[in-house]
Every structure is written in structure tokens, then in C-alpha cells.
Design a protein around this ligand. Structure first.
Ligand code: ADP
Ligand code: MG
Length: 380
């Protein structure tokens, strides 16, 4: 079945505004690819170019090694699910789901069989005679998905399909979409979302797009990788801050010395930190940024290496964990229940193997990640 390949794809709605900037990407059959990024970074535009709903300004699109750059949408073998469902209000669920097959001149009894099979897999069997107005938001989204799968496409395209659902339903439909993808072996799925949790949980491969913060990066790829790669080894500060919740902490620092297995840096408050990265590109006194995820910080009783004292400004109890918010936009997430008086001073440990280091142009130094050491330090 389908493999999608984009080669140096660009989109400009006007001469001045490039919204998709040199995307190179291969999505294999059976792969679930999530395109994620902040609002306005070009996700929908990219998806709509794959779908054939938007012209490709430059570059090439191949589906199954066939050049499809200018091919009509209906000839691409794709099915798309939109955020706003886009159901026909005057048709029943059954008619909505079978519409494309009917248009393709499939015999009526065969359409019925195809629709019945899709309805079964989405638990829509009891709703087939209803019109969209008589359905809940979740049911409508299910019908929209049903309408897509009924055609047995080689490529599934989803544009923020869960954004209009409440949190509980969103989590349920997320599982369902993951299950459907696995059920339809060899289908290539491209799923657009601004929600990093959806990206992390659904994706085999994440494509993170840059936002317009920096003009020349607008609509370009910040990083492509598995969810774990983006979480563990973000290649730049943008990826580091987008993936993970609460967001990674960033501390400005200066390089003190570069060693084979670590870099030593100094914070503005005078504390020094060792960071286990390859710093061969760095120079002494260079301005850098240390990154540490809130969940990798632990408490430390006494003074020791890689520790900081900070004053608590806010405490959030999550039940299974406690979030501590400190002065200077710094957050720690500790397992279990912890009680602190506001403004009390706490000593925190920032393990050297959990810290990231970004150079003055926000590019990450390669981490020297000892997998077992890392697991040990984060598993407490
Ligand atoms: N038809 C259009 N004409 C002109 N500009 C557009 C059009 N569609 C989208 N844009 C602009 O392109 C950029 C990317 O939009 P979009 O792909 O919808 O982003 P996302 O889906 O990531 O939120 C935005 O700045 C948006 O305003
Ligand atoms: Mg969009």
C-alpha cells in the first residue's frame, strides 16, 4: 500500500509569505506520522497539499512512488477527516458514510456491506438512520472517521480531528484512532494536531514544525523523530520547549570548561553545573542555556554537586505528583505528595546526565546519554 514522499515542498500564499518551508519527509506504509506545532505554523497547509486541496508551490509529492504533485485530489487514494466533521446535514449516518462509494458507482448492496463493516468497527450500528443533528460531537466525529475508512484508502489524513471534543472523549477517541490505524495494516496515516500529548501517544514518527518566532524558520521542520527521540534528545531549544509538560526549564549560563565527558557551566547566581554533553563545539565563556525537565529534578538534603537553592512560589498537588513553581519561571515535578510553605527555600538536584545544553544559537550539544544511568536517576 501507500508510502508518501515529500521532496523540498514549499507553499507560499503570496510572494512575501512562505508558510511551508522546504519539507522533506517520507511516511512509510503502516506508519502513523503526526505533524505537530503551534497554531499557524503551516500544519493544515502541509496536510492539504498532500490531500490535493491546496496547490504545491514548489517541490514534489509522491504516493507509492507515483508523482502526484498536480494530481486531482480524487485520484490520490486518500481519505481525509476534518476538525469540523463536514458531514452532510440532510443525509443519515448511513448515507453520509456511503456517499463517496455511491459517487464511485459502487452497487447499492455492496455499499451497504462496506458501510456496515465500518459502522461495526466504530460502534455506529445503532445510529445508521439518524441525521447528524441528532448526534453528539463524539458520534459525529465517529461518522466522519467512518466515512473515511469505508473507502479503504491507502492514506488517512486527519486535521485536528479531536479538537472540538471535551477532554474525556478526546482521550477515548485518541485510543480509537490508534486502534483503527493498527487494524488497517499498511495504511499510511498523517495526523495534524497542536496537542503534544496526542503527538506523543499516537505517533510512530513526529514532525515538529517551527512557528513564526524566527522569520527564516517559519513553516520549516524543527525536528523529525520518534516521540522518545524528541523527548530525550531535542536538537534545538524550540523542540525542547514544545515537547514535554510541564515545559523544560531553561537557565542561562556561561561555559567554564569543556571535558571529554561533560561541560561545566556557571549560572548567574554563581552556582556551577556539570552537564553530560559533548561540548567540543563550545568555547569558554560562551553564553549557553542549560535545559532540565521538571520531572528530572529531585530534592537534595545537603549541599552537593549540581544543586540549586530556590524559593517556592506556588505548589500544585496533582495527587500522584507535586508541581513546585519557583522564582524565575522554574518548575520541578516530584513524585508523590509534598507540602511546602510558600517562599520556603528548597535545595534541588539537577542530575548531570538529565541536563541538556544549548549553544548561543539554540542548537543542542549531543547528549552523552548512558541509558541505564539515565533510567536509574529518573525512575525514583
Ligand atoms: N488560503 C490562505 N490564504 C492565505 N494565507 C493562508 C491561507 N491559509 C492559511 N494561510 C496562512 O498560512 C499560515 C499557516 O496556516 P495553517 O496551515 O492553517 O496553520 P496551522 O494549521 O498550523 O494552524 C497562517 O499564517 C495562515 O494565516
Ligand atoms: Mg490547522
Amino acid at each position: 500500500m501507500a508510502t508518501i514522499r515529500l521532496e523540498s515542498v514549499y507553499k507560499a500564499y503570496s510572494a512575501k509569505q512562505i508558510v511551508v518551508n522546504n519539507i522533506n519527509l517520507t511516511i512509510d506504509k503502516g506508519e502513523f506520522c503526526v505533524i505537530v506545532g503551534p497554531s499557524g505554523c503551516g500544519k493544515s497547509t502541509l496536510l492539504r497539499m498532500i490531500a490535493g486541496l491546496e496547490e504545491i508551490s514548489a517541490g514534489e509529492l509522491y504516493i507509492d512512488d507515483k508523482r502526484m504533485t498536480e494530481t486531482a485530489s480524487s485520484e490520490r487514494g486518500i481519505a481525509m477527516v476534518f476538525q469540523n466533521y463536514a458531514l452532510y446535514p440532510h443525509m443519515t449516518v448511513e448515507e453520509n458514510m456511503g456517499f463517496a462509494l455511491k459517487m464511485a458507482k459502487m452497487p447499492t448492496d455492496e455499499v451497504k456491506r462496506y458501510v456496515a463493516a465500518a459502522a461495526k468497527s466504530l460502534q455506529l450500528e445503532d445510529l445508521l438512520l439518524r441525521r447528524p443533528a441528532a448526534l453528539s460531537g463524539g458520534q459525529r466525529q465517529r461518522v466522519a472517521i467512518g466515512r473515511a475508512i469505508v473507502r479503504k484508502p491507502g492514506v488517512f489524513l486527519f486535521d485536528e480531528p479531536l479538537s472540538n471534543l471535551d477532554a474525556g472523549l478526546r482521550a477515548q477517541m485518541r485510543l480509537e484512532i490508534g486502534r483503527l490505524h493498527r487494524e488497517f495494516e499498511n495504511v499510511a496515516t498523517v495526523y495534524v494536531t497542536h496537542d503534544q500529548v496526542e503527538a506523543m501517544t499516537l505517533a510512530d514518527k513526529i514532525v515538529l514544525l517551527n512557528s513564526g518566532e524566527s522569520v527564516n524558520k517559519y513553516g520549516s521542520v524543527a525536528q523529525i523523530g520518534t516521540p522518545l527521540e524528541l523527548y530525550e534528545s531535542p536538537r534545538n531549544k524550540f523542540t525542547a520547549s514544545f515537547i514535554g509538560s510541564p515545559r523544560m526549564n531553561f537557565l542561562p549560563a556561561k561555559v567554564v570548561s569543556v571535558h571529554a565527558d561533560h561541560v561545566e557551566v556557571k549560572l548567574p547566581g554563581g552556582e556551577t553545573l556539570a552537564v553530560n554533553v559533548n561540548g567540543e563545539r563550545l568555547t569558554c565563556a560562551e553564553d549557553v542555556t542549560v535545559g532540565i525537565r521538571p520531572e528530572h529534578i529531585s530534592l537534595q538534603k545537603e549541599d552537593g554537586p549540581n544543586s540549586l537553592v530556590r524559593s517556592v512560589h506556588f505548589v500544585e498537588q496533582l495527587g500522584d505528583a507535586t508541581c513546585l513553581y519557583f522564582e524565575g519561571d522554574f518548575t520541578a515535578k516530584l513524585n508523590g505528595y509534598h507540602q511546602y510553605a510558600y517562599y520556603s527555600e528548597i535545595r534541588l538536584h539537577l542530575p548531570a546526565e538529565c541536563c541538556h545544553l544549548f549553544d548561543s544559537s539554540d542548537q543542542a550539544c549531543p547528549r552523552l546519554l548512558n541509558a541505564t544511568a539515565h533510567m536509574e536517576t529518573t525512575a525514583h
